[in-house]
Design a protein around this ligand. Structure first.
Ligand code: F6P
Ligand code: MG
Length: 451
């Protein structure tokens, strides 16, 4: 079967086109600003800051001039051997057409960009471990107290109820649906899409139970029932999350994890993190630790801690979370593969990772970027079945569940005629119709049992 072409940055009818021209420069400029603040607070890192800022300004100029994208040098590969695959893929893309920033393949170049930025941090001795997005990650999580409190209250009621009456299968199925939705819509809080301009209203507009209920019909492909049937009949008891964003999305994922553990549907939950700062808001292991600390910090969630009942709900959630972390039921892992440019069809070739994931009875891929990597970010017809779009992964024995709010071009698994309907609907609200796929207003829940 011949595959469709990947999404390219020079396709004016793609979300890639606007992203690389508007959002990438904003993201890089924001790093420069935050780095400046960091080095004012840490004068010893000033020279390193200047060095990285120079490199970031070069990247901005390269965007502006639509420069040819260079292969990583021998010294770069020495510092970060994981960049080898970037050079291999670049050579393959160059064989089709010379890759430049504004015309090349979107998914590849976006991954390359975050690796290039990290390389420049790694080249210094004082900034190698600094996460330039950390301030923004923390700030946005702090603004999420409304959604955090609501989920903590729900958790407290549910856990106490479950202690009195063990839920039957029909109730467990309903709760599974509810928490899958919580985790799904957690993905609407994404900092790279909000690109710097995050207001409290933006955040509130995507968090909370009322919004979730209203958005039920916005889930335009929904395999939750299929995933439930597979999961319930499986003899294994491990669930894996290939995480996306830290902060509120991670907190929402933790709510799904705690429900699965409390109800004994799972005995173990593994969270897979990124090894470097990635797509602004993605979760690194230290972000998980920060989240746990922040939940326990009365000055971080001042409002919640100042009302006795609210504080109790939050500390109840936190105590349960800490117990599961301490007894190993929740485990945090990181792997370089998640920040590679390879799409996920090659997971079976990553022997260590693959063997580990095979122990799971549900591998949940969170968010937009993971979905793009599952589907290769190709220009699939929107009616293509999900199992076709994920290629070899569909027969890899890995049970894959993708929870994704749509923030890019690729979407598959839709019934005939739905794309056209949504193009019309989005156009009627005053937007360019085809970009409904990137608006974050619709979502997909797609499942493949891997058999
Ligand atoms: O920059 C574009 C993008 O990759 C989009 O796909 C998406 O809007 C965002 O960045 C990342 O989203 P997520 O955090 O859901 O993977
Ligand atoms: Mg992300």
């Amino acid at each position: 079967m011949s595959l469709p072409s990947p999404s390219y940055n020079n396709n004016a009818k793609s979300f890639a086109f606007a992203t690389v021209r508007k959002r990438w420069p904003i993201i890089v400029k924001d790093i420069i600003k935050d780095l400046d603040t960091y080095t004012s607070d840490h004068p010893a890192a000033e020279a390193c800051g200047k060095y990285v800022t120079g490199k970031l300004n070069q990247i901005l100029a390269d965007f502006e001039n639509d420069a040819v994208v260079a292969a990583f040098l021998a010294q770069d590969l020495k510092l970060k051997p994981e960049l080898n695959i970037y050079n291999e893929q670049l050579a393959q893309f160059n064989a089709v057409a010379t890759v430049t920033w504004l015309t090349g393949p979107w998914l590849y170049l976006e991954c390359y960009l975050y690796q290039l930025i990290n390389l420049h941090f790694q080249e210094t001795d004082k900034l190698a471990e600094v996460d330039a997005f950390e301030r923004l990650k923390n700030f946005t999580f702090q603004q999420s107290s409304f959604g955090v409190l609501e989920l903590c209250k729900r958790y407290e009621v549910l856990k106490r109820q479950m202690a009195v009456t063990k839920p039957d299968d029909a109730t467990l199925k309903l709760l599974f649906h509810e928490y899958v939705d919580v985790s799904l819509w957690g993905n609407a809080t994404d900092l790279s899409l909000l690109a710097g301009n995050v207001t409290l209203d933006d955040i509130r507009s995507v968090q909370g139970e009322e919004v979730r209920k209203k958005n039920e019909e916005k889930i335009i492909a929904n395999d939750t029932d299929k995933a439930w049937t597979h999961f319930k009949n499986s003899t294994r008891h491990r669930v894996d999350f290939v995480l996306d964003n830290s902060g509120f999305e991670l907190f929402a994922d933790l709510n799904l994890a705690l429900f699965l553990l409390d109800s004994s549907l799972a005995k173990k939950v593994v969270f897979h993190c990124k090894d470097i700062p990635w797509f602004v808001s993605d979760t690194m292991p230290k972000d998980f630790d920060h989240l746990v600390d922040q939940l326990g910090d009365a000055s971080f969630f001042l409002e919640i801690y100042s009302v006795a009942g609210d504080k109790d709900a939050l500390t109840f959630f936190l105590a349960n979370l800490k117990t599961y972390v301490a007894d190993g039921s929740i485990e945090i892992k990181q792997h370089k593969f998640w920040t590679s440019c390879a799409n996920f069809w090659s997971i079976p070739a990553q022997k260590d990772l693959y063997q580990d994931l095979l122990l799971s009875n549900l591998v949940i891929f969170k968010g937009d970027l993971n979905y793009r990597k599952l589907t290769g970010d190709l220009e699939w017809e929107k009616t293509t079945p999900f199992v076709t779009a994920i290629q070899d992964l569909a027969t890899s024995k890995l049970p894959v569940l993708a929870l994704r709010t749509c923030k890019a071009d690729v979407v598959v698994g839709l019934p005939e005629g739905l794309n056209e309907k949504l193009v019309d609907e989005y156009a009627r609200s005053g937007n360019e119709g085809i970009f409904w796929t990137a608006s974050g207003k619709w979502a997909v829940i797609s499942f493949s049992d891997g058999l």
